[in-house]
Design a protein around this ligand. Structure first.
Ligand code: 5RP
Length: 225
């Protein structure tokens, strides 16, 4: 199986975790897309009744087209389960997210969820985080100053840009600075530093967040808890 097939495997497997009556956080990304398709099929074919809380415009559009009823995070009193992808997951169950630039809403939904389930192909499992560039969402005003501060701190920043050279804008109309760190020795210390920089809205370190991971392996999905 190639990487895309492994994503499909775990995306479809994770839809089995969704139960009737649940309020379900729906993440963002190419793996999640398979999960949302599978949940949509259950809604249409089995009459599954759920409320979705989406983490991006992309996922909201997909879920709406599939007939999944949606509410915003502010309209629900809890979220039973959020299913999302990840860019890296370390041995100690911390993660980097935001490769799809949806980290802000993803973190808001994740931190308001009773349980978080991540779905990844096996290439996403690492010993330590950091090979995947760490996304940091920043307000456009003053973002050059934040960038320079990151440069001085040796964090190897790059602004995320589109093919035409324009700044990528998140759903909240912010910029993303990716930090090329190779290896993050102390993710908690880095998270504290980043969130305390004026102009930083959120960062892609998801620490102490995930409860269950479904890993797509060649011989089938593996559940880690
Ligand atoms: C989006 C995310 C995604 O969950 C992450 O980038 C994984 O994406 P994919 O399933 O496409 O590999 O954090 O902001």
């Amino acid at each position: 199986m190639d990487q895309n097939e492994l994503k499909k495997l775990v995306g479809e497997k994770s839809a089995e975790w969704v139960e009737d009556g649940m309020i379900v956080g729906l993440g963002t990304g190419s793996t999640v897309k398979f999960m949302v398709d599978a949940v949509g099929r259950r809604v249409q074919e089995e009459g599954l009744k759920i409320t979705g809380v989406t983490t991006s415009i992309r996922t909201a559009e997909q879920a709406t087209a599939l007939g999944i009823p949606l509410k915003s995070v502010d309209e629900v009193d809890h979220i039973d389960l959020t299913i999302d992808g990840a860019d890296e997951i370390s041995d100690d169950f911390h993660g980097i997210k935001g490769g799809g630039a949806a980290l802000l809403f993803e973190k808001i939904v994740a931190t308001n969820s009773d349980r978080n389930l991540w779905i990844v192909d096996e290439t996403k499992l690492v010993e330590k985080l950091g090979a995947f560039p760490l996304p940091v969402e920043v307000i456009p005003y003053g973002s050059q100053k934040v960038f320079e501060k990151f440069e001085k701190a040796g964090l190897n920043p790059t602004f995320r840009k589109l093919d035409d050279g324009e700044f990528l804008l998140t759903d909240s109309k912010n910029y993303i600075i990716d930090l090329h760190l190779k290896r993050i020795e102390d993710p908690h210390a880095l998270a504290d530093y980043l969130i305390n920089q004026v102009g930083v809205v959120e960062h892609g370190l998801f620490l102490d967040t995930v409860n269950t991971v479904i890993v797509g392996r060649q011989d089938g999905p593996e559940v880690l808890e």
